[in-house]
Design a protein around this ligand. Structure first.
Ligand code: KIV
Length: 285
């Protein structure tokens, strides 16, 4: 049984300190968020992965702050307990501190309790520190960072050597020093993720980063078997919603064409009195 108290960033830290795993899933709509919340999952990420899962883009780069505001509002309306984190999309935190603050503030006003941004350059670290000083909780995201796909050049595992792992650890430490309350580690070898997790204080949330992170995050469409694109090795599919949708849609299609649906149980009727009046007015063909 899970606690019904709202999960906060402090809960995250307590869970890491108590060696309790943190769970996180993405969600993009109200009803899915509600069911995830009711399942006991600790946190819901309104990920900019919605660019692919919901909006049909090839990457996250097309997602706008307006998109994120719409989906963050929808998710937040469905959640009473889990910690809602909203991704800051590409270009929403790259222009100036002022714009970053306004955009992060809008996500918070839409119901998110924290925002996530990718990378750990000096510029980003400054933003993390500034947002934190404004009372906005910030999650970091290092390792494979999808918003840098054009520079990375593909979906490549990060931190594959001792030196690269040290660089990732440096980034993680700097994010922590600047106020990040947790750090997402994406597509990092298990040993590197473990090394980073054990050498920083704040929790790490892994996706494709092995078993030793403080918590795990996956994309909801991937675990439901709903997404039709490439499914990475680190995903575990817990359901086959794609087939459920296809079967339901094709059965519906057939039943309408065969005059099976709608049937008696699905229709509204006039009273006998009104029916008699209308019966005399059918046009004869
Ligand atoms: O956008 C997203 O869903 C994410 C997760 C994959 C961590 O950033």
């Amino acid at each position: 049984m899970f606690e019904s108290k709202p999960v906060t960033t402090k809960t995250f830290q307590k869970m890491k300190d108590n060696n309790e795993k943190i769970t996180m899933l993405t969600a993009y709509d109200c009803s899915t968020a509600k069911y995830i919340d009711e399942s006991g999952v600790d946190s819901i990420l309104v990920g900019d992965s919605l660019g692919m899962t919901i909006l049909g883009y090839d990457t996250t780069l097309n997602v706008t702050i307006e998109d994120m505001l719409t989906f963050t509002k929808a998710v937040s309306r469905g959640v009473t307990r889990a910690l809602v984190i909203a991704d800051m999309p590409f270009l929403s935190y790259h222009v100036s501190k002022e714009q970053t603050t306004i955009n992060a503030g809008k996500l918070i006003q839409s119901g998110a309790k924290a925002v996530k941004l990718e990378g750990a350059s000096d510029f980003i670290l400054d933003e993390v520190s500034h947002l934190t000083s404004c009372g906005i909780n910030v999650a970091g995201h290092i390792g494979f960072t999808p918003q840098y796909i054009n520079q990375i050049g593909g979906y490549f595992i990060q931190g594959k050597s001792y030196e690269n792992t040290q660089n990732l650890l440096k980034s993680a430490k700097k994010l922590e020093e600047n106020g990040a309350f947790c750090i997402v580690l994406e597509m990092v070898p298990e040993e590197s993720a473990r090394y980073i997790t054990e050498n920083i204080s704040v929790p790490t949330i892994g996706i494709g980063a092995g078993r030793y992170c403080s918590g795990q995050v996956l994309v909801i469409d991937d675990i439901l078997g709903k997404f039709s694109g490439n499914i990475p090795k680190f995903v575990k599919q817990y359901a086959n919603v794609k087939d459920i949708i296809k079967n339901a849609a094709s059965t519906y299609n057939k039943e309408v064409k065969d005059n099976i649906f709608p049937c008696k149980e699905n229709i509204f009727n006039l009273t006998e009195e009104e029916k008699e009046k209308i019966d005399g007015h059918f046009i004869q063909h």
